[in-house]
Design a protein around this ligand. Structure first.
Ligand code: NAP
Ligand code: GCO
Length: 265
C-alpha cells in the first residue's frame, strides 16, 4: 500500500472551533499526517487555551479569533490565513453548538442560534475558501454532521434540523464543485465523550450512570461511547488523496449505533 495515499504533507488544514473536543482531535490527526494546522475559536481566552494545548502536544498551530457565524469576520480570517499561512487545502467545518430544549418550549431565536452555528456557518466558511481551492486545483471540505443528520430525538429539533441540512449542504457542495477537484464529505460521529455530551453522562446522586448513558451503551454495538480519537483515521482518510473519488458521502463513525436496533432491556 502506498503510504503517501494518506499523507497530508504540504497541506494547510483549517479546523473551525478546534480548541478542544472533536475539532482538537481531528486537527491533531491531520497534523500527524503532515498538515499545517489552522484553527479558530470564538474568544481569545479559549483560543489561547487551545494554542497552549497544541504547543504542549508539540503542534505549532496557527490560531485566529473568529465567530464562524460572522461572514465579514470569516472572510477577513480566510484572507489573513492565506496571507500568513497559505491558501487552505482542507477545511473541517467542526464548530457547533446544541440546545436541548423541548420544541414547544424553544424560542424561534434559540432555534435560529443553533441553525446559525451548525448550518449557516459551514456555508459561510466553505464559501470563503472554495475560490482559492479552485485556484489551487482542488481541495477537501469535511463537514461534521451527526447521527442527528439521520435520526431525531426529543429536545434536539434545532440541532437535528441543522445537521440534516448540513448533510444536504455537503451533497450540494460535492455536486457543484466536484468538477474543480473539490471533494466535500461529511463525518457523522455517534455519541462521543466531549464537553458537548457531558450533561448526558453525568453520574447520578447515587453514583450510578446517567439513564441516557445507559441508553447509549445499550444502543451501541461497540457498547461504549466514542472518544474524539476515534475520528482521527476517518478524518485523515477524507482529508487525503485516499478519498479523491469519494464525494458527497457521509461517513458515520458511530460504533454501529445506526445499524443496530439496540440490546433488549
Ligand atoms: P464542543 O465540545 O461543544 O466544542 C465545540 C467547539 O465549537 C468549541 O471549541 C466552541 O468554542 C466552538 N464554537 C461554538 N460556536 C462557535 C462559533 N460561533 N464560532 C467559533 N467557534 C465556535 O463540541 P464537540 O462535541 O467537540 O463537537 C464538535 C462538532 O461535532 C460539533 O459540530 C458537534 O455538533 C459535532 N458532533 C458532536 C458529537 C458528540 O457526541 N460530541 C457527535 C456528533 C457530532 P467555545 O468553547 O469558545 O464556545
Ligand atoms: C444529543 C447529543 C447528540 C450528539 C451527536 C450524536 O443530545 O443527542 O448531543 O446530538 O451530540 O450529535 O451524533
Amino acid at each position: 500500500m502506498n503510504n503517501d495515499l494518506f499523507s497530508l504533507n504540504g497541506k494547510i488544514a483549517w479546523v473551525t472551533g478546534a480548541s478542544y473536543g472533536i475539532g482538537y482531535a481531528i486537527a491533531t490527526a491531520l497534523h500527524k499526517a503532515g498538515a499545517v494546522i489552522v484553527f479558530n475559536d470564538i474568544g481569545q481566552e479559549q483560543l489561547d487555551k487551545g494554542l497552549a494545548s497544541y504547543k504542549a502536544d508539540g503542534i505549532k498551530a496557527h490560531g485566529y479569533v473568529c465567530d464562524v457565524t460572522d461572514e465579514k469576520a470569516v472572510n477577513e480570517t480566510a484572507a489573513k490565513i492565506e496571507k500568513e499561512v497559505g491558501a487552505v487545502d482542507i477545511l473541517v467545518n467542526n464548530a457547533g453548538i446544541i440546545k436541548r430544549i423541548p420544541m414547544t418550549d424553544m424560542s424561534a431565536q434559540e432555534f435560529r442560534q443553533v441553525i446559525d452555528v451548525d448550518l449557516n456557518a459551514p456555508f459561510i466558511v466553505a464559501k470563503a475558501v472554495i475560490p482559492s481551492m479552485i485556484k489551487k486545483g482542488g481541495g477537501k471540505i469535511i463537514n461534521i454532521c451527526s447521527m442527528m443528520s439521520e435520526l431525531g430525538r426529543e429536545t434536539v429539533s434545532a440541532y437535528a434540523a441543522a445537521k440534516g441540512g448540513l448533510k444536504m449542504l455537503t451533497k450540494n457542495i460535492a455536486s457543484e464543485f466536484g468538477q474543480y477537484n473539490i471533494q466535500c464529505n461529511g463525518l457523522g460521529p455517534g455519541y462521543i465523550e466531549t464537553p458537548q455530551t457531558a450533561p448526558l453522562r453525568e453520574k447520578q446522586a447515587d453514583g450510578s450512570r446517567h439513564p441516557f448513558d445507559k441508553f447509549i451503551i445499550a444502543k451501541t454495538p461497540a457498547a461504549r461511547w466514542g472518544k474524539p480519537a476515534d475520528l482521527a483515521g476517518p478524518a485523515v482518510f477524507l482529508a487525503s488523496g485516499a478519498s479523491d473519488f469519494v464525494n458527497g458521502h457521509i461517513l458515520y463513525v458511530d460504533g454501529g449505533i445506526l445499524a443496530y436496533i439496540g440490546k433488549q432491556p
